[in-house]
Design a protein. Structure first.
Length: 124
């Protein structure tokens, strides 16, 4: 399973501090794209902060026929979208799980490669 944090949950004190802490402690940041999302200053700040930190962003289209442009278009350009607004929910959900799993696999391979590179070579 996955631990999921929503920006409406667990915000104590400053909203921006809560959002920053959540992003800093996340493996993946899902960007649920819609026109309403794009118009929100808070959403723009969240997405920009995650992007600048180099977080793994997974764009999700939740509004069918929405095409991200402006600041949102820049942040998600070149990324594969998961389209919850157009296809069957279960298919979209499986695609999202596959995106997350593929990234976790890539991280594991990179970590193992670094460990092998650092391992001392024994001569027999």
């Amino acid at each position: 399973g996955y631990n999921v944090w929503l920006d409406r949950d667990c915000l104590h004190g400053s909203t921006m501090i809560g959002i920053a802490n959540a992003i800093e402690n996340s493996e993946h940041v899902l960007i649920c794209m819609s026109n309403t999302y794009k118009q929100s200053v808070y959403c723009q700040s969240e997405a920009h902060y995650a992007y600048e930190r180099g977080c793994r962003l997974i764009p999700i289209l939740i509004e069918s026929n929405y095409k991200p442009d402006g600041w949102l278009g820049i942040i998600v350009s070149g990324k594969i979208y998961v389209e919850f607004g157009k296809i069957d929910f279960h298919l979209a959900y499986n695609k999202l799980k596959n995106e997350i799993s593929a990234h976790q696999y890539d991280l594991l391979i990179r970590s193992l490669s670094r460990a092998i590179e650092k391992a001392p070579i024994r001569k027999g």
